[in-house]
Design a protein around this ligand. Structure first.
Ligand code: DX5
Ligand code: ZN
Length: 216
């Protein structure tokens, strides 16, 4: 069954711990954690100290989306900080095969993210080594953007590519997911739906999760 992964990028950072715990109480199993360096994307978010500080509060799966240049330099530190899934961008790493091997050697799940215009054929030779592929459905860098419609075909194409492998590789979609498009993203083949503003736009996060669940 498809799952919602709230992105804490849009959380209220003055009470991040409380909001994370409330998501856990609501049965949310995956927390999406957006790390931005101001180089790969035109925005800076947060790094290891924030992840470390919320790690003891919850057993949720920490899905750490690294929107940073040369992510392999920092993978080990993010695993130490508490990541369960490490996502690196295809566009940000010169030695993607080596980086994926590094992630797996550290005992966490490996995921590659593709920007909207990056073709899925980039993954042809590495797909079977991955636990998950993240398809960006907006240009990364900011919460609250609009879903890019051509990404729906990309999700479908990736689903077909994965089906040909006979492996259980998950598809995560990230950007502009809300109650109007969540069902169609799932229909196209998405397994994990990242939702930032749709969950954290106001403090009624339980209500917002319910709305998304009902629309799925
Ligand atoms: C965007 C981030 C997303 C973002 C999604 O660069 O990777 O995870 O938080 O936010 P919404 O759901 O508001 O598009
Ligand atoms: Zn993200």
């Amino acid at each position: 069954m498809a799952k919602i992964a709230p992105s804490i990028l849009s959380a209220d950072f003055s009470r991040l711990g409380e909001q994370v715990k409330r998501l856990g109480d609501k049965g949310i199993e995956i927390l999406h954690i957006d790390v931005m360096d101001g180089r790969f994307v035109p925005n800076i978010s947060f790094g290891m100290p924030i992840i470390k500080s919320i790690r003891p509060l919850t057993k949720q799966i920490f899905d750490v989306h690294l929107m940073i240049e040369e992510p392999s330099k920092y993978i080990e530190e993010f695993v130490k900080a508490g990541a369960d899934i490490i996502t690196i961008h295809f566009e940000a790493e010169r030695h993607i095969d080596r980086a994926v091997k590094l992630i797996k050697s550290l005992g966490v799940k490996a995921c590659i993210a593709l920007n909207p215009a990056t073709p899925i054929s980039s993954l042809e030779y590495i797909l079977e080594d991955l636990d998950m592929v993240l398809l960006m459905t907006v240009n990364p860098g900011f919460g609250g953007q609009k879903y890019i419609p051509y990404c729906s075909n990309k999700i479908k194409d990736l689903k077909e590519m994965i089906n040909r492998t006979n492996k259980n590789i998950l598809i995560e979609v990230d950007g502009g997911i809300d109650k109007t498009n969540i069902a169609s993203a799932i229909e196209c083949g998405a397994d994990i739906l990242v939702a930032g503003s749709a969950v954290f736009n106001n403090d009624a996060i339980e209500e917002n999760i319910k709305t998304l669940n009902e629309a799925m």
